[in-house]
Design a protein around this ligand. Structure first.
Ligand SMILES: Nc1ncnc2c1ncn2[C@@H]1O[C@H](COP(=O)(O)OP(=O)(O)OP(=O)(O)O)[C@@H](O)[C@H]1O
Ligand SMILES: [Mg+2]
Length: 481
């Protein structure tokens, strides 16, 4: 592979002959005659490889190495050292040099080292490309997910984003509801208009009403001037109502009217305002229960529940734990410019075993802390993940450990499913049922489409559904039955 190389040496003859030799085998080479010049150049451009003499006038080769690595961690550095000062070269290895070569050397020896560096660089690039392809496949709008259920969720978000339907996002705290709302807006035709967010739990009833619909000057104590509401601000864009389960009956009625008529009035005004707003709502609450308990209007629920996106808790999608943990590890370590060797095996096992009551947010915080605590060039250990002084992984008393360590010690809340040994026919039926259910979910309950995908006649599918007790229309989605 042709590399971009920076050659730093103060001896003109040496510099020129190395540049010539490297160019002769196809590399693109720049040269610098002093350490200071080398540092400037390494910062100015992205080099695959820097070759530097250790002894230079001004800033020395070690300074060039450090500056090149700081500017771009993926740049490899080969140092040239005088005979008898190998210790300095070994020191350079500690600062991340790829290799060193001792003077005097044959050009072929240097070319061999460069070739090895080239192989490593090419492999890394290939990995990066592959990763981007995979991430593309397993992510949408920044939401990572390789678990089957999660991929169906991503598909659904992608599909619904293109429409103008109201979306109701359900999921426990930290599962990524806000991220999903962002993805819906950013991938919708409204993306060039605002996405306005309102947390309905953060404000008392009277203020929430004014916040949403705006108010006239003097509409209530404290309303010193006229103010536009969030609905107006979101015009032509998207309004994200977070924690919709918290809104009071009065606001529920007002919201229902906007949804029905796309019209409202500012608090304290008779003038009707029209808006073109797409609504996305989210809640951790079970809205059906809220309806049953009389706390949430049923008519409003149906208006909001046009397309339902349910984000499963992290403990139900173990595959995503590793994907997200690796992603956060990489993002954080590059932000902190810290080189870590990934997760140690015990740390990885603990991560998979934990139940994450705080879902992705908790995992994210845990890995961020681990990156901050982890030792440079070492793998992350269980104790880095926990960070509690009293924890057993820190040498403390198991009785006083945090939830993470306790679950790690006792086997955890998200234990691997034990597969019971059953007859093949039973296993096949179970799979068949699960598979039909997942297809029906993907096609929003339409049996005609599902039958086509499954390669069954409608009648055959109907019989199977009956046998497996699959109801004809799934909750919250339309069906052609
Ligand atoms: N699938 C995912 N891939 C990558 N990051 C994620 C994913 N899900 C959530 N996150 C990250 O986890 C954090 C929490 O997500 P978010 O704020 O969207 O959750 P939420 O469901 O709105 O939580 P809450 O109910 O507490 O408001 C964010 O930093 C978000 O970027
Ligand atoms: Mg949220």
């Amino acid at each position: 592979m042709a590399l971009t190389i920076l050659m730093v040496d103060d001896e003109p003859l040496m510099r020129l002959s190395i540049v010539d030799a490297l160019e002769a085998v196809g590399h693109e080479v720049s040269a610098a005659a002093t350490g200071t010049e080398g540092i400037e150049e390494a910062r100015r451009r992205e080099y695959d490889l820097v070759i530097t003499d250790l002894r230079l006038p001004g800033a020395d080769g070690l300074a060039v190495l450090k500056a090149a690595k700081a500017a771009r961690a993926h740049t490899e550095v080969v140092v040239i050292t005088a005979h008898g000062s190998v210790e300095t070269a070994v020191g350079a290895m500690k600062f991340g040099a790829f290799d060193y070569i001792t003077k005097p050397f044959k050009m072929d020896e240097l070319l061999l080292i460069v070739e090895r560096a080239g192989t490593v660089i090419a492999l890394r690039k290939e990995n990066q490309d592959l990763k981007e392809i995979l991430e593309d496949k397993f992510s949408f709008g920044g939401i990572l997910g390789s678990n089957t259920k999660m991929r169906a969720v991503l598909e659904k978000i992608k599909t619904v984003a293109a429409t103008d339907s109201t979306v109701l996002i359900l999921g426990e705290s930290g599962t990524g509801k806000e991220l999903a709302a962002n993805a819906v807006h950013q991938n919708s035709p409204r993306r060039d208009y605002p996405l306005i967010k309102v947390s309905c739990a953060a404000l008392p009833e009277s203020l929430l009403e004014a916040e949403l619909f705006g108010h006239e000057k003097g509409a209530f104590t404290g309303a010193l001037r006229q103010r536009r509401g969030r609905f107006e601000m979101a015009n032509r864009g998207t309004l994200f109502l977070d924690e919709i389960g918290e809104i009071s009956p009065v606001v529920q009625v007002k919201l229902l009217r906007v949804l029905q008529e796309r019209k409202f009035e500012r608090v304290g005004s008779n003038q009707t305002i029209d808006v073109d707003v797409r609504l996305v709502c989210a809640t951790q609450k079970d809205l059906r229960k809220e309806v049953a308990a009389g706390r949430f209007r049923e008519d409003l629920f149906y208006r909001l529940n046009v397309v339902q996106v349910v984000i499963p808790p992290l403990r139900e999608r173990q595959e995503d734990i590793a994907v997200i943990a690796d992603h956060v590890l990489e993002a954080c370590s590059s932000k902190l410019n810290k080189k870590l060797r990934g997760f140690s095996q015990p740390a990885r096992e603990l991560l998979l075993r934990y139940s994450y009551p705080g879902n992705v947010r908790e995992l994210e915080n845990m890995v961020e802390r681990a990156v901050a605590l982890g030792r440079e060039r070492e793998a992350i250990q269980p104790s880095d993940l926990c960070g509690f002084q009293t924890c057993p992984y820190q040498g403390g008393d198991p009785q006083e450990s945090c939830g993470f360590c306790q679950e790690g010690l006792t086997g955890g809340g998200a234990k691997k499913k034990e597969v019971p040994l059953t007859a093949l026919s039973t296993a096949r039926e179970e799979f068949e049922k699960e598979y039909i259910l997942s297809v029906l979910e993907r096609v929003e309950g339409s049996r005609t489409t599902a039958a086509k995908i499954l390669g069954l006649s409608r009648k055959a599918l109907w019989e199977k559904c009956k046998r497996y007790g699959i109801p004809s229309a799934r909750e919250g989605s339309e069906s052609d039955e």
